[in-house]
Ligand binder design. Sequence first.
Ligand code: FES
Length: 177
Amino acid sequence: MYQVNPQNNDKTLANELLTQETKETIESWLAKYPSDQRRSAVIGSLHAAQEQNGGWLSKEIMQAVAQYLEIPAIWVYEAASFYSMFFTKACGKHKVSICTNISCMLNGAEKIVDHAEKSLGIKLGETTEDGQITLVKEEECIAACVGAPAILVDEHYHENVTPEELDKIFKKLGGEK
Ligand code: FES
């Protein structure tokens, strides 16, 4: 059973950095779990903090989440660095993740990666100059194999993606060159 860390009662960063909306979202997650299992709200809290922070998690905002949850900061860093939906470095407003795992690879993922890199003028792991789009470095199976090749644009799935469809997506996101 997870224990609340009695050492972590400094709420300075949490009070300074987290917006009221983020705090309310964290509270709504905390309400779903027993009071001695505040760690369970980490994932939901990180989603809220990432959204508040322009799509990525700075060290400070992760510390703020840890303070608010009254848990060790390492528990927050562990979750943020483990899950691919969290970004611990500054990145673009929109994140495009192209699955290159087996089903997608067999259905043309390499062509999609090539097309994305050429269209945006960046490589995987880079962000367009205008800060609109980051091509996420690597994405393993995103559980949409039946619609391979599949990509994730922010939190939305696109399946059976073609270069033409990719262009439309980029145009909509405002990062087309
Ligand atoms: S291999 Fe791409 S979604 Fe599963």
